[in-house]
Design a protein around this ligand. Structure first.
Ligand code: ZN
Ligand code: ZN
Length: 147
């Protein structure tokens, strides 16, 4: 891997207060390099296996929990107790999830955001965070042509 990218990952881990270990580096690399921004622990484990790595699933879970605690990733609980992880890039967004194939899309909608502020105001709550997820069937699954 190019030195610059490796250096960036080292910095990210250090900034998160985590020591640099091989499993942490590899898992961070998969999260950064994946086409899908939302990955389950199992998908990360599978990607590691495809690279010929022998990092176990228990380690993947442990590293992800450490990343979450350090604020490096955000964990989302989608349907069926399935949780997925995405790199925390500081930009707030909400999700649309396909209940069939598990595809995840992101959206930001000003009206949805404003509504939530309004609801919090009405109920006297100070918002610390929110999770707004739409569950449905993606266009491919609706067409029945998902391969
Ligand atoms: Zn789908
Ligand atoms: Zn997301």
């Amino acid at each position: 891997m190019p030195d610059k990218i490796k250096e960036k990952r080292d910095t990210e881990l250090k900034r998160a207060g985590l020591k640099i270990t091989l499993p942490r580096m590899k898992i961070l690399k998969i999260l950064e390099g994946s086409e899908s921004r939302h990955l389950s622990a199992e998908a990360i484990f599978q990607a590691l296996g495809e690279e010929g790595s022998d990092i176990g699933l228990a380690t993947v879970y442990r590293v992800l929990a450490q990343f979450e605690a350090a604020g490096l990733v955000t964990r989302h609980f989608f349907e069926g107790g399935r949780s997925v992880f995405e790199l925390n890039e500081g930009e707030h967004h909400d999700h649309v999830v396909c209940v069939d194939c598990g595809d995840v899309d992101e959206f930001v909608d000003e009206i949805v955001e404003q509504r939530q502020d309004l609801i919090a105001e009405k109920t006297g709550y100070k918002i610390l965070g929110h999770a707004f997820t739409i569950f449905g069937l993606c266009t491919k699954c609706r067409a029945g042509s998902k391969s």
